[in-house]
Design a protein around this ligand. Structure first.
Ligand SMILES: *[C@@H]1O[C@H](CO)[C@@H](O)[C@H](O)[C@H]1NC(C)=O
Ligand SMILES: [Cu+2]
Length: 178
């Protein structure tokens, strides 16, 4: 009986640690940095300076001239083909959550803006990847605007629930075997 209690104590601690780690890692990326979602922004450079992880959020900030259109794949992105858009947002301030690793494609729905380069490709790495920026020359080019802020712990409570649901039976089985 005492063993069971100790076990659950350890389990709760481990879960809290995990949850805290996720909360610390979650980042809000303002797309385009201080210039925001605009034709004049160099999104390739901006994106190469960011590390996107599951749980992070993209924040699109823009004027009424623009919108946000999510495209299904690389070819639609390259050709500015809006015909099969996955999603379309407007209003000037949108938050898009990244929930899993992979690449997502965003552009502006205003005629001609995609062709002018108003588009960004977001490649998300798995959560346990190292925090260093992959494949970037971290040397001094232009001023790196701090565009990332931590999200509050509240946003990771759904993660907490899913961790609990998976981890509890696993821990239980391990305990029974001991
Ligand atoms: C990209 O998506 C469109 C629309 O869903 C599809 O028609 C096209 O075949 C896809 N292209 C590739 C290379 O997957
Ligand atoms: Cu635009």
């Amino acid at each position: 009986m005492e063993g069971v209690f100790k076990f659950y104590l350890v389990f709760v601690f481990a879960t809290l640690l995990l949850m805290n780690k996720e909360a610390m890692a979650a980042t809000q990326h303002v797309v385009g940095g201080s210039q925001g979602w605009d034709q004049s922004t160099d999104f390739t450079t901006w994106a190469s300076g960011q590390t996107f992880k599951p749980g992070d959020q993209l924040v699109f900030k823009y004027t009424a001239l623009h919108s946000v259109v999510e495209l299904p794949n690389e070819s639609a992105y390259k050709n500015c083909n809006m015909g099969n858009a996955l999603n379309s947002l407007n209003g000037g301030n949108n938050v898009v959550k990244i929930d899993k690793p992979g690449t997502r494609y965003f552009t502006c729905g205003t005629l001609g803006h995609c062709a002018q380069g108003m588009k960004v490709k977001i490649t998300t790495v798995s959560a346990d990847a190292s925090s260093s920026t992959p494949g970037s020359s971290s040397s001094s080019s232009t001023t790196p605007t701090p565009t990332s802020t931590s999200i509050s712990m509240a946003s990771s409570f759904s993660h907490f629930a899913s961790i609990l649901m998976v981890a509890l039976p696993v821990f239980h089985v391990i305990f029974i075997m001991l």
